[in-house]
Write a protein that binds this ligand. Structure first.
Ligand SMILES: NC(=O)C1=CN([C@@H]2O[C@H](COP(=O)(O)OP(=O)(O)OC[C@H]3O[C@@H](n4cnc5c(N)ncnc54)[C@H](OP(=O)(O)O)[C@@H]3O)[C@@H](O)[C@H]2O)C=CC1
Ligand SMILES: CC(=O)C(=O)O
Ligand SMILES: [Mg+2]
Length: 621
């Protein structure tokens, strides 16, 4: 048997860690060149030896990818040199999961539950992902919105161990070098933020790292994308948050945000660096950038990179999915509705644009579709002649020939919409009066309070049901508990892009799709809507329960692959015959597997217990 072991692995091992192996390490270093010009060094090994990925001794326990806690068998403990480093007890993964559940429940505060899960993630990756994946309804609100928002706000306080890559504006000219420091060679997906608009909490600078980390945890838990293929990144260009700049616990660059050409060149350099390091098919998800940058970068990069903006496109998809499902309750087509939006930013404009596409597919013109959508931003109704000046970009599409109106309630009362959508982070803006007005215009008003986290929602689920006599169809960005109204218990759905981005990314990665077309988000919306049962609708939800979100991701990925091969935008050939099986074969397995190398000769029990292990002839120090 002959193998190459990366030098980085060998140099981390002590002699005692490799004792007992029959293999011989030679001093010979083989140098292999990567595509990007960097080099990898390998030790040549001959004889029966551990596979290259094996790490021995205490390092095996300390590596979260390899650690199985007390699930290592006696043979594994012996062979890996960890015998005696743990108590005698053996515990299956199931028993460990039970302990995790008990441990989490002992914490009263959600932030402490978040910290427990972070520590588990750092300690035992498979256990973390199995726990999260099998308890998604219970744990998604902890690793994701709303608790992740609090974790970002307290980031400086709770920061313990590094996760993800921080590239700062001081690294201009060296983005690629910083990317090279990331230890994983096979990254397929990056979630990147510059921290300027973290949920509805505003500019949190480098503390925004919690968001890429949380989103990528869902890549694995909800779509099975292997964790080593996922890379969370913060581009730290400063912060304009005065409180953070003065906070001694702040861990980012202590300076105002860089803007203009320097900032743009930095983002360009980052994008180029990613392609140079990981290839042109690396998916780059933009997350929680400020509004003024989000649209620009989407337009600039969408045809040149494999990229999408989750806040614009993912959110649009989940909202349209809810509207597709709502047809089964109201009996109306999407184009039969009149919309009022509170907010005209990334989420709201994204939703409006995709609604227009959906209405066009129902047979009306783009102009007519846009005429049905009324939007309100911080200055009031998007009206052509409002005193604040000419409306630009996508806002202009929805500007109406109408006198300026500042008051949101006045807009609602005049337009009498059937659908009210909030994506403004203006907490409580859907007042009881506005909700009552919605109930007076419509038998079944649709009310989406999409702002995150919970503290920023335009109204609570309870307020929505109480003020519409239980007739509204409600969804929110962050979860609300069930609401009892009269003799009915409502379980509102969560209109959150988490239904969309894991599945879209799975399909894009496995199809080798170069550019992410808008159609993919309509496909995803339909997939999610198709999973809504009559029972879900009867409970008041336009979304399938979170417990089926993994199946939604799978179906989205399959449909995206179907589309990609049909449209010839896939680059992975041959086309898989059985797409589900193809996807499954690439998904992460969070169950423990045997930790011994295939070539390992199982010693007899007697040998393990009595015979001391012979030192191996090692050719390195
Ligand atoms: N449920 C989900 O999946 C998602 C939810 N969101 C949530 O949506 C919210 C907005 O995000 P995003 O669109 O990216 O942010 P943006 O900053 O891009 O947009 C916010 C919009 O709200 C407007 N606005 C702010 N305050 C008010 C107010 N008091 N009255 C009227 N309009 C107001 C802003 O006006 P102006 O344009 O004049 O500044 C802007 O148009 C956040 O809370 C975010 O967490 C976002 C993505 C996904
Ligand atoms: C969910 C999400 O992406 C946001 O609130 O920004
Ligand atoms: Mg976001």
């Amino acid at each position: 048997m002959f193998a190459l072991i990366p030098r980085s692995v060998i140099s981390g091992l002590s002699k005692s860690a490799i004792q007992g192996q029959k293999g011989v390490l030679t001093e010979t270093l083989k140098v292999i060149k990567n595509e990007d010009g960097s080099k990898r060094e390998y030790h040549e090994v001959c004889g029966d030896f551990l596979t290259p990925s094996q790490v021995m001794g205490i390092d095996h326990l300390r590596d979260p990818r390899l650690n199985k806690g007390l699930a290592f068998t006696l043979e594994e403990r012996q062979a890996l040199g960890i015998h005696g480093l743990q108590p005698a007890r053996f515990k299956s993964q199931e028993e460990q999961l039970e302990l995790c559940r008990i441990s989490i429940e002992r914490y009263q505060e959600d932030l402490n539950k978040y910290l427990y899960l972070t520590e588990l993630h750092d300690r035992n990756e498979k256990l973390f992902f199995r726990l999260l994946s099998e308890n998604i309804e219970r744990l998604m609100p902890i690793v994701y919105t709303p608790t992740v928002g609090l974790a970002c706000q307290k980031f400086g306080l709770i920061y313990r161990r590094p996760r993800g890559l921080f590239i700062t504006i001081n690294d201009v000219g060296h983005c690629f070098d910083v990317l090279k420091n990331w230890p994983e060679p096979n990254v397929r997906a990056i979630v990147v933020t510059d921290g300027e608009r973290i949920l509805g909490l505003g500019d949190l600078g480098a503390c925004g790292m919690g968001i890429p980390v949380g989103k990528l945890a869902l890549y694995t838990a909800l779509a099975g994308i292997p964790p080593h293929q996922c890379l969370p990144i913060v581009l730290d260009t400063g912060t304009n948050n005065e409180k953070l700049l003065e906070d001694p616990l702040y861990v980012g660059l202590r300076q105002k945000r860089v803007t203009g050409k320097l900032y743009d060149d930095f983002i360009d350099e980052f994008m180029e660096g990613v392609v140079k390091r990981y290839g042109q098919n690396t998916l780059i998800q933009f997350e929680d950038f400020g509004n003024h940058n989000a649209f620009r970068f989407l337009d600039r990069y969408r045809d040149n990179y494999c990229t999408f903006n989750d806040d614009i496109q993912g959110t649009a998809s989940v909202a349209v999915s809810g509207l597709i499902a709502s047809k089964r309750v109201t009996g109306k087509k999407i184009s039969d509705n009149r919309f009022v939006f509170l907010g005209a930013g990334e989420a709201a404009i994204g939703i409006a644009d995709l609604c227009v596409k959906a209405m066009e597919s129902e047979g009306i013109s783009q102009e007519e579709a846009r005429s049905k959508i009324w939007m309100v931003d911080i200055d009031g109704l998007l009206a052509k002649d409002r005193p604040e000046g000419h409306l630009e970009g996508h806002k202009a599409y929805y500007a109406k020939d109408h006198a300026p109106v500042k008051d949101f309630a006045q807009v609602v009362n005049e337009i009498k919409p059937s659908i009210l959508i909030g994506a403004s982070a203006a907490a409580g803006a859907f007042t009881p009066e506005i909700l009552k007005a919605m109930a007076s215009f419509n038998e079944r008003p649709i009310i989406f309070a999409l702002s995150n986290p919970t503290s920023k929602a335009e109204c609570t689920a309870e307020q929505a049901y109480v003020n519409t006599e239980g007739r509204c169809i409600f969804s929110s960005g962050s979860p609300f508990p069930p609401v009892k109204f009269g003799d009915k218990v409502f379980q509102p759905g969560q209109g959150n892009n988490a239904y969309i981005f894991p599945g879209v990314s799975l399909g894009v990665i496995l199809g080798g799709i170069h550019h992410i077309r808008e159609e993919l988000f309509l496909i995803a919306a339909e997939c999610v809507a198709n999973n809504v049962t009559e029972e879900d609708l009867a409970k008041g939800s336009l979304y399938p329960p979170l417990s089926v979100i993994k199946e939604c991701s799978m179906q989205i990925a399959i449909k995206i692959l179907d589309y990609a091969y049909q449209e010839r935008i896939a680059s992975v050939y041959p086309e898989p015959k059985d797409k589900r099986a193809y996807i499954e074969s690439h998904q992460y397995n969070y169950n423990y597997e045997p930790s011994l190398p295939i070539t390992w000769q199982w010693p007899t029990a007697k040998y393990i217990k009595t015979k001391p292990l012979e030192p191996t002839k090692l050719g390195h120090k």
